[in-house]
Design a binder for this molecule. Sequence first.
Ligand code: MHF
Ligand code: KIV
Length: 276
Amino acid sequence: MSKQQTVRRHTPRSIAALDAPIVVLTAYTTPMARLLDPHCDMLLVGDSLGMVVYGMESTLGVSVDMMVAHGQAVVRGSEKACVVVDLPFGSYQESPQQAFRTAAEIMARTGAGCVKLEGGQEMAETIHFLVQRGIPVMGHIGLKPQAVHAHGGFRTVGRGDEADQVLRDALTVEQAGAFSVVIESTLEPLARAITEKLSIPTIGIGASPACDGQVLVVDDMLGVTATPPRFVKTFASLGADIDQAAAAYAQAVRTRAFPTARECVGMPADHTADNA
Ligand SMILES: Nc1nc(=O)c2c([nH]1)NC[C@@H]1CN(c3ccc(C(=O)N[C@@H](CCC(=O)O)C(=O)O)cc3)CN21
Ligand SMILES: CC(C)C(=O)C(=O)O
């Protein structure tokens, strides 16, 4: 976005080498990417955009073209953060070859330097296939929203016997060559065990402070989402601000308090002078 060449963008390699807590937020648009970029190590163009931006009930309806459009927007609006784009439902699960074609298309069309895909052991072969061919991959284990129907809803994963499977997932994802892994909606002891066993950074969402980094959906942390997941902390109340602003605008229009001369194009100078 900028003409200066001084800012070097984070890469999957430089992210994997960070030892401080890693700061990640989702972003879906250029103006939001511009605002978040100075503060984040990574920006995730998550397929959560189907729910957050488009009002879908799950992420299953998100297409490659939607991910490309929003991926392009976020790459344009950022210069320092590593941008990672989700592979959407149905675009990679069939085979490693299908995953490669989708990841290559997304990276070629957006300029993003890596992709994220959901899955543990069952996706190890696919992750390995991509990584061997030059595509850095971020894994995603625990609650996998694209498997919401198999999970039986958006719920905590890794209670009891399930914990062993999630730990195996983590180890195989690392072995397959992922540079980092998202852990979603798991209990603290499991997230801690995984983070201790892995040498790649773990990025938690609803997965405790034991992780190497944290990610939240930006609309959730800004207080825009009507009913966010329980693990969210809101750092602003933009939903309330927008409500107030819309109410003030509506009243100004209805009372003709807006626009005044200063907000009009091409008004004579003697009219605008009062408001200058
Ligand atoms: N706005 C938004 N924020 C997210 O973090 C998010 C999305 N959308 N969409 C994709 C996935 C789905 N995620 C979710 C969504 C809901 C819960 C949730 O409501 N969980 C319940 C607990 C339910 C249970 O354990 O039975 C909660 O109360 O937080 C969790 C993760 C996380 N991701
Ligand atoms: C919730 C995060 C981790 C995600 O995968 C998404 O935004 O789609």
